[in-house]
Design a protein around this ligand. Structure first.
Ligand SMILES: NC(=O)N[C@@H](CC(=O)O)C(=O)O
Ligand SMILES: [Zn+2]
Ligand SMILES: [Zn+2]
Length: 346
């Protein structure tokens, strides 16, 4: 197949940051994607509905002329989040989901939740009004090995929460293990999972073999090959509970290339090219539309986009810059380590 036309995709997990970084990166998403769930882990985080309204305005202002893009706003769950504010946010149409960061689990998560008990009133309200909870599904217990943190989270946090509040809709974001995939598949209802572009392409060797490569470091950290294979099977398979959330997470290069580098991989600019490559490799190009454009809206109760994009396979590799220059500094673009031949052409 030399070209494929699909509904315009959405990104169900995206970091846009703020200020000069926001201005520098937003176009890479809005050029191709119609909507994105915007992560609230700014410094300080987006905690209240009025924070989210102000952030949404900054995003719309940063949007390049001529781009049509709808940011779907989220709130950063804290132990003090007000159930009424959350309900107000949903009612007004501003808030699409609330995000749980276990405190210390990832970039800018120190204000997250330490004691789930304290967040129960909000979670109960969300279950009642049908507002989804997006989770960064890793425990932060120092004794737990970093490669096991997702599996232990499922067992010790997520499963107990879902048993206690079965009506709560939960998105397990950036699933990185076969444990996560199996857990979602086994669920009766109210559970779905997003998968990133990079976790379909790299395993942990990319970070560690032949030298330490900070631009492949993200959280949850890439796991061993068997897990990547399971993620690919889920993304290209028929289960509609798996969909794209790029987790494109820009950091300026000096904060990645140092003794204690930040977690996050920037994929907004080449995600659809990478995905077409992966789906072609899996002989599943006809399933790309479900993963990138249909399953996500269905889960969030939104209509799929009416516009279409076309991806075409070029004879010569398609050019992407190694770095995106922003007013905040340069951001290294995800290198899939193979030439990309698919290009969004319309
Ligand atoms: N994925 C990452 O490695 N980093 C994200 C945070 C997150 O999604 O966990 C970031 O904000 O940089
Ligand atoms: Zn995360
Ligand atoms: Zn993220």
């Amino acid at each position: 197949m030399q070209s494929i036309t699909i509904r315009r995709p959405d990104d169900w997990h995206l970091h846009l940051r703020d200020g000069a970084m926001l201005e520098g990166v937003i176009g890479d998403t809005s050029r191709t994607f119609a909507r994105a769930i915007i992560m609230p882990n700014l410094v300080p985080p987006v905690v209240t509905t009025s924070d989210a309204a102000a952030y949404r305005e900054r995003i719309m202002k940063a949007l390049p002329a001529g781009h049509r893009f709808q940011p779907l706003m989220t709130l950063y769950l804290t132990e003090h989040t007000s159930p009424d504010d959350v309900e107000e946010g949903k009612k007004s149409g501003l808030i699409t989901a609330v995000k749980l960061y276990p405190a210390g689990a990832t970039t800018n998560s120190h204000g997250g939740v330490r004691d789930m008990e304290k967040s129960m009133p909000v979670l109960e309200r969300m279950a009642k009004i049908g507002l989804p909870l997006c989770v960064h599904g890793e425990v932060t217990t120092p004794e737990v090995d970093i490669f096991d943190r997702e599996a232990v989270f499922i067992e010790t946090v997520l499963d107990p929460l879902r048993r206690r509040l079965p009506e709560l809709k939960v998105t397990m974001e950036h699933v990185t293990t076969s444990d996560g995939i199996d857990y979602i598949k086994a669920a009766k209802d109210n559970l779905a999972g997003s998968i990133t572009t990079h976790h379909l392409i790299i395993n942990r060797n990319a970070i560690l073999v032949g030298g330490i490569r900070p631009h492949y470091y993200c959280l949850p950290v890439a796991k061993r090959e068997t897990h990547r294979v399971a993620l690919r099977a889920a993304a290209t398979g028929a289960d509609p509970r798996f969909f794209l959330g790029t987790d494109s997470a820009p950091h300026i290069d000096p904060l990645k290339e140092c003794a204690c580098g930040c977690a996050g991989i920037y994929t907004s600019i080449n995600t659809m090219s990478c995905l077409a490559h992966v789906f072609e490799e899996e002989d599943a190009l006809e399933r790309l539309e479900a993963f990138a454009s249909l399953n996500g809206p269905a889960w969030y109760g939104l209509p799929p986009n009416e516009e279409r994009i076309t991806l075409s396979r070029q004879a010569e590799p398609v050019f992407f810059p190694a770095k995106v220059e922003t007013g905040a500094g340069s951001v290294t673009v995800f290198d899939p380590m193979f030439p990309l031949h698919w290009e969004v052409t319309a």
